[in-house]
Design a protein around this ligand. Structure first.
Ligand SMILES: [Zn+2]
Length: 556
């Protein structure tokens, strides 16, 4: 088997195929410099779904950069967009006054009222958020942290800076000059009849600061005339102000459907994929393409229409659930594994991921298999090997031993086991320093999985509540547990080996070892077996242990 190289024509991986198509398209269109871009309106905590686009564009941009170093890769935050809805976690009274204002002009929320969990954040991180310049900036920070964690390195562009710096002035003028033509495009593409006084621009009201409520009624080539209407939209109330202002330099913005292609022209973007919600016939993508050709007379960017990522499970949908937001999702997996999830699936297929099933251990298994194929340790699907290569954040690591995630998750709950030793048995030699590091890293994620998502058979820690199975305990077993409690109290620093021996001796004298050890597992795990008894008992908080043994005595 030969190693796949970036963009080798025979590579079966979708990334390489997309790159090939782009390079062929570039030649045909005589495009000099490639520029990959993606955009998002930061109107609150960013949902994990938005990661699909960021990842796709980063993966494609990096594969292109391997061919053409000059390829640009940007991510635009559309922070000139108005606040047109309030996420449930925000204080309605506090934000009602800001509805309709541009997101870049609204103050950021307080940390504890933002809907973002800062319990694990460092002081420096918190400070960064406290210094956020706006509402948009605040939530963008959270999303940027998430995709940086996954190794995405797009250059961030703030839409308000494009407007304020004058970079959008030229396209604003074109759009206003060609208002009639834009109307015709709306009619043709979306069968949408626009009113006679419609213009593709909205002013930030000079009196109340709102943009969602204003209507431009005239354009004289220099200035726009506008009204801030009380009833234009049902989510914000305008102040009634009427005025005349230059549309240039950040006094307002183009309407969304025109704004999107206008950004492409102003920035020189020529590759931008869109999620399937934009790609329907007559949808915003069709509109953007038509406006580019007819109004801005520019080439239509290369499109990569991509599918969703679905995250399932009850814990996912609750407002405080882990994994709901992009940031929380990135905490579930090491960065390479998170990347692998996106790289491995073709962009036109849905990623359906439910952490409450065996999805996480399965993903680790597939990743390990991909690594072994890439390292030529086993034959297999070359596409999978390439997916491993594309998932790396920095250089691709040299071949090494990978401890199996699901084994680790189980074994780490057996306090009597030395994990490095166990995996050395499987490897057949000592673990190297980098391998020990991988083991430690995976242990962190395995612990997280066990605590939050693992099915019952993977949970071997003492339960916090008395298990239903404790009902099965016989009188003799209950008595044995009382004796165990006394035995444990008789010494402060038990040696587990010594304790195991004593537990065994005690059992032999009374109900026999099998029944005795089952008693321990039934009382603390609700199972008939578990980790070695002495090590297991010594891991349990003495308060919980005493309480539990007392409780089981009462159960019939
Ligand atoms: Zn107003």
């Amino acid at each position: 088997m030969t190693k796949t190289t970036i963009n080798s024509p025979q590579s079966p991986h979708w990334v390489d195929k997309v790159v090939e198509q782009i390079l062929a398209w570039q030649k045909k269109q005589s495009v000099k410099k490639l520029h990959v871009d993606d955009m998002k309106t930061p109107s609150g905590r960013v949902h994990v779904g938005a990661l699909r686009g960021v990842m796709l564009h980063d993966i494609v941009a990096k594969a292109l950069q391997a061919q053409q170093q000059s390829t640009k890769s940007t991510y635009v935050f559309n922070d000139m967009d108005p606040m047109d809805g309030l996420p449930a976690y925000l204080n309605e009274q506090e934000y009602q006054q800001h509805m309709g204002k541009p997101l870049c002009k609204i103050p950021p929320p307080q940390l504890d009222k933002s809907g973002i969990d800062f319990s694990q954040a460092t002081a420096a991180e918190k400070k960064q958020y406290q210094q956020a310049k706006s509402f948009a900036h605040f939530y963008a920070l959270d999303f940027i942290a998430a995709f940086r964690q996954l190794g995405c390195s797009q250059k961030i562009v703030w839409s308000h800076q494009l407007y304020e710096s004058g970079q959008m002035d030229k396209v604003i003028k074109i759009a206003l000059d060609k208002t009639e033509l834009i109307k015709q495009v709306y009619q043709k593409i979306a069968n949408y009849e626009l009113p006679a006084n419609w213009h593709p621009f909205q002013v930030n009201c000079e009196q109340c600061g709102k943009v969602g409520t204003t209507l431009v009624t005239a354009w004289d080539g220099q200035q726009v005339t506008y009204e801030c209407q009380p009833n234009k939209v049902d989510w914000a109330q305008g102040c009634g102000h009427q005025g005349k202002v230059s549309p240039f330099g950040g006094t307002g913005k183009l309407l969304w459907k025109v704004d999107w292609p206008a950004h492409w022209v102003a920035m020189g973007v020529n590759i931008e994929g869109a999620g399937k919600d934009h790609t329907s016939a007559g949808g915003s993508r069709d509109m953007a393409n038509a406006l580019l050709e007819k109004v801005f007379e520019s080439i239509v960017p290369f499109d990569i229409p991509y599918e969703w990522i679905l995250l399932r499970g009850a814990k996912m949908s609750s407002s405080k659930g882990v994994g709901t937001s992009a940031r929380e999702f990135t905490q579930l997996l090491p960065a390479e594994l998170g990347r692998f999830l996106f790289v491995n699936k073709h962009y036109n297929q849905v990623i359906d991921f439910d952490p409450q099933t065996m999805a996480i251990p399965d993903l680790f298994d597939e990743y390990d298999q991909a690594a072994q194929i890439f390292w030529q340790q086993e034959p297999g699907d070359e596409r999978l090997g390439r997916a491993f290569e594309l998932s790396q954040l920095k250089t691709v690591p040299k071949a090494h031993f990978l401890p199996r995630f699901r084994d680790l998750a189980l074994w780490m709950q057996h306090p009597e086991l030395d994990l490095a030793e166990e995996f050395e048995k499987i490897k057949g030699s000592a673990l190297t320093k980098p391998e020990l590091q991988v083991l430690a890293d995976r242990q962190h994620y395995a612990q997280l999985w066990v605590n939050r998502y693992a099915p019952a058979e993977y949970q071997l820690g003492a339960t916090s509540e008395i298990p239903a199975a404790a009902k099965q305990l016989s009188a003799a077993q209950k008595k044995y547990l009382q004796q165990v409690d006394q035995l444990l109290d008789s010494q402060a620093n038990w040696d587990p080996q010594e304790l195991q021996q004593q537990l065994f001796e005690l059992a032999k004298k009374t109900l026999g070892a099998r029944q005795a050890f089952q008693a321990i597992y039934l009382a603390f795990l609700g199972k008939k077996s578990g980790p070695r008894a002495a090590w297991f008992l010594l891991e349990i908080d003495p308060k919980l242990r005493k309480q539990r043994i007392k409780e089981v005595q009462k159960k019939q």
